[in-house]
Design a protein around this ligand. Sequence first.
Ligand code: NAD
Ligand code: MG
Length: 396
Amino acid sequence: MQMITVLGATGSIGVSTLDVVARHPDKYAVFALTAHTQIDKLAEQCEQFSPKFAVVGNAALANQLQTKLRVRGSRTEVIYGVDALCQVSSDAAVDTVMAAIVGAAGLVPTLAAVHAGKKILLANKEALVMAGGLFMQAVADSGSVLLPIDSEHNAIFQCLPADYGRSPGIGMNSGVEKLLLSASGGPFRGMSLEQMHAVTPDQACAHPNWSMGRKISVDSASLMNKGLELIEACWLFAVPEQSIDVVVHPQSIIHSLVQYSDGSVLAQLGNPDMRTPIAHALAWPQRIESGVANLDLFDVARLDFEKPDMQAFPCLGIAREAAQAGANAATILNAANEIAVQAFLDQRIGFTQIASVVAQTLNSQVINEPESLEAVQESDNQARLYSSAYIKSLEK
Ligand code: NAD
Ligand code: MG
């Protein structure tokens, strides 16, 4: 029996994870479920999965949830705050942690799981983007198993040789020439920068193929999601940014590909449903049923590919530059993007201003190698302060 903590249980990935878990009560049990504010949804999940702990954002919410659960006869104990998140990520009873909190808020609890040597199912790409060097060092030091949930990275993981990266330095020596990162192109594919000036948050969140949280939906629309994924892939697979090409593939059937030196290209295909990578990582190296319908190639009929439009989607280029710059550039990029996306969702800035906020913040900050978690957090904080002030100046 694998004991699982789901960080961000009420989100899109959290719900898909619990859907897969519920299909295999003989294999998986839930140790803890966490949510920031959605306590009604969390209460229902606690009733269904009877975790030992539920974690929420603050004391008031914890009291409310504990009362709700008592009324329902549940024995789940409710705790709150970042320390509680770390506690349920690192408890000795836990085997696997699904890291599915959105944004930088996921870093500390995910790192707690890494330090405790847990098997980590990583959906929270922002954690790796903002602290890649420290994160991967902690994985190496603790012997924690890190499995990618992002569909593209999970696809690449499946297409790489089984021993890839198991020993240091193997990387590109295994005949791997390039990683080809799939991108759907998002809801604004084919539009010019001009045409995107007036798009609304709801239009940005209406993804053609995937149903996701609002932050990642906006990132998918701006292609910043692909930029974050490029940086994520550099860390996960120990490759330089130049070894990764972005391929726009509007059908989202091929989730990514690996190109080998003999001319072979391996791809992973499937319906666009996150339960496939979640089930893959949960059961790895075995396979389990995920609830995803079989892929019907006759139904799909055709697969198209195009180059990303770097003029219309400047965020992808900015992220590539940050990947090249290394050090804390990705920390700054991620922080500024989180602030800018929230400002766009709050209708304080336009969609195309997200890229300006990120570029301007990157230009304003000192680039240096963060040697500690505190240094990463300081960079993150400075970038947030700068981008918030810059957004204020734009509003005038
Ligand atoms: P979501 O917005 O649907 O859910 C986010 C979850 O995080 C919720 O449970 C929320 O309660 C929790 N949360 C938010 N802020 C928090 C905070 N400050 N402290 C503690 N918990 C907090 O997001 P999602 O779409 O499920 O995405 C989660 C992560 O997975 C993101 O990093 C995203 O990039 C990644 N991801 C998502 C998808 C997808 O299909 N949704 C695909 C690939 C990767
Ligand atoms: Mg993805």
